[in-house]
Unconditional design. Structure first.
Length: 557
C-alpha cells in the first residue's frame, strides 16, 4: 500500500511549495514531509485528572511514530468532565462534546490530509468520539486510552469518586460529618487518570480493546504506571503497521466485533452509557445494531468481574489480576466471544488472548464455573413508558421487581432538591424527565440524585427512571435513556404524581399502571416546552440529535 496514500496531495509537487514552506516554518524538513503524516489527536485538557497527563503520553506516541518511519503531527480537541459538572448546567455539555470531538478529529484529519491517526483519549466522551471519528472516516488508526486513576485511601480503605458522591447523601442524612466529608474529598482522587471503577471511561476502555480498535493490554495499564509510557511509544509501531497493512476501522468494526464489545460490558458490569456509545459507533461504521441486541448478548454472557460501582475492586486491580486479556480468555473459553474478530494488531482476538497471564490468587475476574451472576449486567426494559426501550444495569445486588407511586420532576435540580429535602420515601419511584438528548439538551447524568438516594439509605427501596443518562458510578434499580424522551412527546410526559409504576426486570418490563386510553389522552395534552437554548451549540445540537435508542447521534433530519 502507498503509505502516503492521502498526504501526497498536500506535500508533493511544484504546486505544494507554499504548503511545504509553511510546514518548514514550524520545523518540519523535506525528509519529514517525504514520510507518511500521522495525526495525533490529543484530548489533553487541564480541567480534570482524566486527561491531565495526556501531553506526556502524546509525546511518547510521537516518538514511537518517528521511530517507526512516520511523521507525527499533534493537534488538540476538547473534553468536558462529567464528574466535575455533575448536577450543574455545565453537565449538558458532556454528551454534546462527543459529537464536537468526533467532528473536530474528522475535520483536522481531512483538512490536513493525514494518512493515519492515533486518538489519545481519557475521559468518558473522548473515547467513543475517537472511535466514531475513525469509523466515520475509515482512516487507518488506533485509540489509546490514557488509563485509570489510582484508588484513593480513606481511613484504611480504597475509595473512588463514587464514594464522594454517595457521601454527600450520607452527609445530608446526618450519617457523615462535614469534617469526614472533607477528609474523603481530599483523599478520593490522588492523581491523574480517569475515574477508578468500571464506570464509563473504564467501560469504554474495555470496549476499545475488545472491539479491536485499541491494542489489547495497552489501555488497562493505569495512568501513572511507568509501563504507560512504553505502550504509548509502541503505538507508533502499531499505527504504522496498520497503515502498511491497509487495515481500516471498518475492517475491524464488524457485527461480530460489536457483539464482543457488548459481551465485555456485560461481563465486567460496565456502564449503561456503553449502550449509547456503541449504538453511535455502529451508526458511523454502517453496522446494523439495535438496542435489543444488548439484551440478547447480555443474557448469554455471565458477569465475571467484581468491580465497582457494585463490586469490591477498581480498574487498577483488574489490570494487576490479568487485565482485559484475561477477561477475553475466560469469555472465549466459554464461547462467549467471536474468536476470529480482527484487532488493530492484525491478530484475532483469540490470538491476542492466548498470552493472558492470571495473577495467582486474584479475586477480581472469577471463573466461568462460579460467575458472579449467570447473565450480564445490562438489561433493556420496554413497556408503555419506554416503547423504544430504556437501559438498566443489574449487577446482582438489586431487587428485580419494584412497584410504587411516581414522584415526578421536570428537571434534575427539582429531583435533587426533593431528595436532600427528605421528601422521597421508601417505595417511591422518582421520575425525572426533560433531560433527554433533545430536551436537556445534552442528556445529563443523574449521579448526584442517584448517589444522594443511596447515601440517604434509600438505595434498596427507591427506584428511578429518566430520559436522561446515568453515570457509570450509579447503582441501584435505575432505568435511564427512556425512549422516546419527553421532548419528543414520549409516554413519560403522561406520568403524574401518584401513578403506580412497575419495574419487572425478569420480564424486561417498565410500565405505568394506566389504561392505554388514559395515557394517550394525557400525551395528547402535552405541549413541547420552549427550548432552553435558542442559539449556539446547544440549539444546534437539539435540532440535529436523534433518540437515545439510536445512540443520540446527530444528523440532519
Amino acid at each position: 500500500m502507498d503509505l502516503k496514500h492521502i498526504s501526497r496531495g498536500i506535500t508533493e509537487g511544484r504546486d505544494r511549495a507554499g504548503a511545504r514552506s509553511m510546514f518548514k516554518a514550524v520545523g518540519y524538513t523535506d525528509a519529514d514531509l517525504s514520510k507518511p503524516l500521522i495525526g495525533v489527536a490529543n484530548t489533553w485538557i487541564e480541567t480534570m485528572p482524566c486527561n491531565f497527563h495526556l501531553r506526556r503520553l502524546s509525546a511518547k506516541v510521537k516518538e514511537g511514530i518517528r521511530a517507526a518511519g512516520g511523521t507525527p503531527m499533534e493537534f488538540n480537541t476538547i473534553a468536558i468532565s462529567d464528574g466535575e459538572t455533575m448536577g450543574t448546567e455545565g453537565m449538558r455539555a458532556s454528551l454534546v462534546s462527543r459529537e464536537l470531538i468526533t467532528d473536530s478529529i474528522e475535520l483536522v484529519c481531512r483538512g490536513q490530509m493525514f494518512d493515519a491517526v492515533v486518538c489519545v483519549v481519557g475521559c468518558d466522551k473522548t473515547i467513543p468520539a475517537g472511535a466514531m471519528a475513525l469509523a466515520r472516516m475509515n482512516l487507518p488508526g488506533i485509540v489509546l486510552y490514557g488509563g485509570t486513576i489510582a484508588p484513593g485511601t480513606y481511613r484504611g480503605k480504597d475509595v473512588t469518586i463514587q464514594d464522594v458522591y454517595e457521601a454527600i447523601g450520607a452527609n445530608v442524612a446526618g450519617k457523615m460529618s462535614d469534617t469526614e466529608l472533607k477528609e474523603l474529598e481530599d483523599a478520593a482522587c490522588p492523581g491523574a487518570g480517569a475515574c477508578g471503577g468500571q464506570y464509563t471511561a473504564n467501560t469504554m476502555s474495555t470496549v476499545m480493546e475488545m472491539i479491536g480498535l485499541s491494542p489489547m493490554g495497552f489501555n488497562s495499564i493505569p495512568a501513572m504506571d511507568p509501563q504507560k509510557d512504553q505502550v504509548s511509544f509502541d503505538c507508533g509501531k502499531v499505527v504504522m503497521n496498520v497503515l502498511q497493512k491497509g487495515l481500516k476501522p471498518r475492517d475491524i468494526l464488524t457485527r461480530e466485533a460489536f457483539e464482543n464489545a457488548i459481551a465485555s460490558v456485560a461481563a465486567s458490569g460496565g456502564s449503561t452509557n456503553a449502550v449509547l456509545h456503541l449504538l453511535a459507533i455502529a451508526r458511523e461504521a454502517g453496522v446494523q445494531l439495535d438496542i435489543d441486541d444488548f439484551q440478547t448478548v447480555s443474557e448469554r454472557t455471565p458477569l465475571l468481574c467484581d468491580l465497582k460501582p457494585s463490586g469490591r475492586f477498581v480498574a487498577a486491580d483488574m489490570h494487576r489480576a490479568g487485565g482485559i486479556r484475561l477477561l477475553a480468555k475466560k469469555l472465549l473459553g466459554g464461547k462467549h466471544l467471536h474468536p476470529q474478530a480482527m484487532t488493530v494488531t492484525g491478530q484475532t482476538i483469540n490470538s491476542e488472548a492466548e498470552s493472558a497471564a492470571e495473577t495467582r490468587g486474584q479475586e477480581v475476574i472469577v471463573g466461568l464455573d462460579k460467575p458472579l451472576k449467570p447473565t450480564g449486567g445490562l438489561v433493556i426494559l420496554k413497556g408503555n413508558l419506554a416503547p423504544e426501550g430504556c437501559v438498566a444495569k443489574i449487577s446482582g445486588h438489586e431487587r428485580l421487581e419494584h412497584r410504587g407511586p411516581a414522584r415526578v420532576f421536570d428537571s434534575e435540580e427539582d429531583a435533587m432538591t426533593a431528595v436532600v429535602g427528605k421528601k422521597i420515601k421508601a417505595g417511591d419511584v422518582v421520575v425525572i424527565r426533560n433531560e433527554g438528548p433533545k430536551g436537556g439538551p445534552g442528556m445529563r447524568e443523574m449521579l448526584g440524585v442517584t448517589a444522594a438516594i443511596v447515601g440517604e439509605g434509600l438505595g434498596g427501596s427507591v427506584a428511578l427512571l429518566t430520559d436522561g443518562r446515568f453515570s457509570g458510578a450509579t447503582r441501584g434499580l435505575m432505568a435511564g435513556h427512556v425512549s422516546p424522551e419527553a421532548a419528543l412527546g414520549g409516554p413519560i410526559t403522561g406520568v403524574r404524581d401518584g401513578d403506580m409504576i412497575r419495574f419487572d426486570v425478569k420480564k424486561q418490563l417498565l410500565e405505568v399502571e394506566l389504561d392505554a386510553s388514559v395515557l394517550r389522552q394525557r400525551m395528547s395534552e402535552w405541549k413541547a416546552p420552549q427550548p432552553r437554548y435558542t442559539t449556539g451549540v446547544f440549539a444546534k445540537y437539539a435540532a440535529l440529535v436523534w433518540s437515545a435508542s439510536q445512540g443520540a447521534i446527530t444528523k440532519p433530519r
